[in-house]
Design a protein around this ligand. Structure first.
Ligand SMILES: [Zn+2]
Ligand SMILES: [Zn+2]
Length: 247
């Protein structure tokens, strides 16, 4: 299974990258995690010949702003948008005139799958749990091709993130803050707390994304995390736009 980071910035686009979106290519499905501006690059990597599932963590714009580029895709096998209860009515207000082309006018079918907290089969296993964030936000645990992939952004340190990350082949989580920084009023993770989630959950690999645009102004500042923590966290991946990894 191939994971490609399409957008790795938190908040807004800068020269370091686009806002959050991750592509997961499994045998039967193409999965996209969040629809920040990075989603526009999905067709560089996929043939668009499989059913596509798009998981939305929450509705902050750095996770949905790229939805206005859905009109460029073909997706003959259709798109299913998965998210917390209420996702369809919220996105119907955003993906519509006069802002962009509404879902019903796209050239392919769009279905919604609203998910409660807990375990589902959609038609692959997915578990969703709420994370700690100023807006309701879901973390997802997906099982595809006998691999477990966990996506937790945006969040502060929380038990649900650890539960989702349990024995995962890959945990993708956020790194909004620099080492030892805290932001209790608007929870995000620093590298130490992201690593803490991975270790407590015994995730095999940890990929960091959602680097705060104001906080990490250069890619070198991201790579500094690798230099500081590579010994403490074997398998640490510092995601950048366009990076692909196999799990
Ligand atoms: Zn965000
Ligand atoms: Zn957010």
């Amino acid at each position: 299974m191939k994971v490609t980071f399409l957008g790795t910035n938190g908040w807004y686009d800068t020269e370091t990258g686009n806002t959050c979106s991750v592509l997961v290519q499994s045998r039967e499905y193409d999965i996209i995690l969040d629809a920040g501006n990075g989603i526009a690059k999905a067709d560089r990597y996929i043939k668009q010949d499989k059913p596509v599932y798009l998981f939305i963590s929450h509705f902050h714009l750095d996770h949905i702003a790229g939805l206005h580029t859905l009109v460029k895709f073909k997706f003959p096998e259709g798109l299913t948008i998965c998210g917390q209860i209420g996702t369809q009515s919220i996105l119907d207000r955003f993906v519509t005139e006069p802002f962009t082309v509404p879902f019903e006018h796209l050239s392919y079918s769009v279905a919604f799958r609203e998910l409660d907290e807990g375990a589902h089969f959609i038609p692959f296993p997915v578990t969703c749990l709420p994370l700690v964030h100023p807006a309701p936000c879901f973390g997802y645990r997906l099982t595809l091709d006998d691999r477990v992939l966990v996506y937790c952004t945006d969040t502060g340190f929380c038990k649900n993130a650890v539960t989702l990350a349990s024995d995962a082949d890959l945990l993708i989580t956020e790194c909004g803050l620099k080492s030892s920084e805290e932001s209790p009023e608007w929870p995000h993770l620093n590298p130490e707390k992201a690593i803490h989630i991975a270790k407590e959950g015994t995730a095999k690999r940890l990929a960091l994304i959602h680097f705060g645009a104001e906080v990490y102004r250069t890619l070198d500042e991201r790579y500094e995390i690798f230099r500081l923590f590579k010994k403490d966290c074997p398998g640490l991946v510092i995601a950048t736009d366009g990076l692909s990894i196999e799990i």
